[in-house]
Design a protein around this ligand. Structure first.
Ligand SMILES: CC(C)(COP(=O)(O)OP(=O)(O)OC[C@H]1O[C@@H](n2cnc3c(N)ncnc32)[C@H](O)[C@@H]1OP(=O)(O)O)[C@@H](O)C(=O)NCCC(=O)NCCS
Length: 135
């Protein structure tokens, strides 16, 4: 299930010399949004292990309001894969369009930083879509 994980606005310090949002800044926001999606389903810590298929589809401009949606797409033994999509709102029409997307993989870890089985650290109230991915 797609969820809204993060929302914010772009400021001048977030821009590259060309005047649009710096790619590393966008990726950092996406990583945070993905970590929030992971925290929604497990109580242990988790770290990013891979980022793949990142697509910068359209530029993000100064002052744009962005919304980051996440969807958990796969759950392995210790890993959780999340599709992350950044959308920008057109302030004139109030419509949103996708500007960046990527796939993030997180690994659930114990206090020693070693992978743990996701099933052993699940929250009690996980949603039906997550339960299906766990089967
Ligand atoms: C993530 C980390 C704990 C994995 O440790 P590891 O000993 O390599 O773990 P494993 O080989 O048992 O793999 C654990 C899971 O990660 C997946 N994985 C590990 N490396 C991967 C890679 N390069 N690509 C895709 N998946 C990978 C494995 O497939 C496995 O998934 P599964 O349990 O669902 O089958 C370790 O590599 C690490 O601490 N990396 C640094 C993380 C970090 O600092 N991130 C940035 C800040 S959050």
């Amino acid at each position: 299930m797609r969820k809204l994980s993060l929302k914010g606005r772009t400021y001048p310090t977030d821009l590259n010399p060309g005047g649009t949002a710096f790619g590393g800044w966008v990726m950092s926001k996406m990583d945070k949004a993905a970590s929030i999606a992971v925290d929604d389903i497990i109580r242990s810590s988790a770290v990013t292990v891979t980022v793949s298929r990142i697509n910068f589809l359209k530029p993000i401009h100064n002052g744009d309001i962005f919304t980051i949606y996440t969807e958990i797409t796969a759950i392995g033994t210790s890993s959780i894969t999340i599709y992350v999509s950044v959308e920008v709102q057109d302030l004139n029409t109030n419509k949103s369009h996708e500007v960046t997307s990527a796939e993030f993989k997180f690994v659930a870890i114990d206090t020693n930083g070693k992978p743990v089985n996701v099933r052993s650290v699940l929250h009690d109230d996980i949603d039906e879509d997550t339960k299906i991915l766990l089967q």
